[in-house]
Design a binder for this molecule. Sequence first.
Ligand code: EPU
Length: 430
Amino acid sequence: MDKIRIRGGNRLNGSIQISGAKNAALPLMIVSLLTPETLTLSNVPRLADVRLLQRILQNHGVDIMIAGKRPGQNGQAGDVKQLSARTIADTTAPYDLVSKMRASFWVLGPLLGRCGEAKVSLPGGCAIGTRPVDMHLLAMEKLGAEIAIEGGYVIARAKDGLKGGQIAFDKVSVGATHAALMAAVLAHGDTVIDNAATEPEIGDVAECLVKMGAKIEGIHTKTLKITGVTSLHGAEHAVIADRIETGTYAMCAGMAGGDVTLKGANPAHLGAVIDVMRDAGITVEAAAGGIRIYRNGNGLAPVNVETQPYPGFPTDCQAQFMALMTRAHGTSMIRETIFENRFMHVQELARLGADIHLHGDTAEVRGVAKLTGAPVMATDLRASVSLVIAALAAEGETMINRVYHLDRGFETLEEKLSACGADVARIAGA
Ligand code: EPU
């Protein structure tokens, strides 16, 4: 297993190309199940999760081709993938694949919409929480599906096809909104999804579906109105920039100090993150084609933060912000309201010298004058990158083990940071 070695203390100066958003690319690839024609996605990040989903979709009969580089294309641009689900070869998503990546459960909606049946393994819990799928199932039932759970599988049927319905979610779920939207576009009649998630990745999927012939009103709002169509056609769509990767590198720069431009980043998707970074004393400003972050000399101020659905502060940036606050001049309170167990980074940050106390859903982070390098363990994707941020400011060497967690969601992290002057290297596993 590979490791990442970081020697802290270097300032970051330069620019980093932001990749396509993992959490938009995954549902967009799943959208390909909805049409027999070719869906061409560009700016697809090169990530372990994307490769795994590719295998899962191939199992359902999707042909996937990676198009060659186009003339003049920037070497850091993402892949162009052509996905064609001419026929659905298999409506079963097996346990050994779904258990490796929760988002693959989202094939349920499109398989039901297109084929009237699906058998999808329940994903099970994961490191950050129990993460049930009750809202996904409720949405499918509201669209007329009959659902049974047998042998760890959801077996869903809609003999005469799905029918439009009223779906009112009692809390905000990104995955359940994706599932409801992807199922409703091919249902007979009208569907209303109330209390839909408004994360930019949902808007990206909805805009792609519209290019494919879907009828959707209220995109980017909490109420989505869908008029079902009988079929969708092929389209071309570019994946939006990854706002979580953007927030992460912004915090790397804020932690290490220096002056970094995040190219391709969209500041409009990062309002809450930019606000708290400014409160912490970091300068964040719009730059041509991206965002510029700099901090020269001044210390970090403590800031209290609570995670919330979009447009609030994202749970996917909570661990990274906690790492930043370990070096603030004072105490910050960081409350996690989305997932019940998303504090596994706390014990690892403590190994670097952080002073953090957990009180239920809130972490009390007392800033320390110095962090010191140590061997640490990556536990999940965002937790692992919080260790990278802390290590950039730690004295001496930090060795991060189990970096396959990082590879799920960060493309060439060590190259992007090294290019800005960080001392980061990947040590290949034996
Ligand atoms: N929930 C339920 N029932 C459901 C679905 C969700 O109770 O049927 C609960 C969850 O347990 C959680 C809350 O609702 O407490 C919100 O979960 P949500 O469904 O929004 O999360 P998700 O769709 O499983 C996506 C991202 C996560 C991100 C969350 C929240 C993808 C592939 N995953 O997960 O990203 O943290 O939304 O924004 O888009 C990551 O990238 O590291 C990651 C974990």
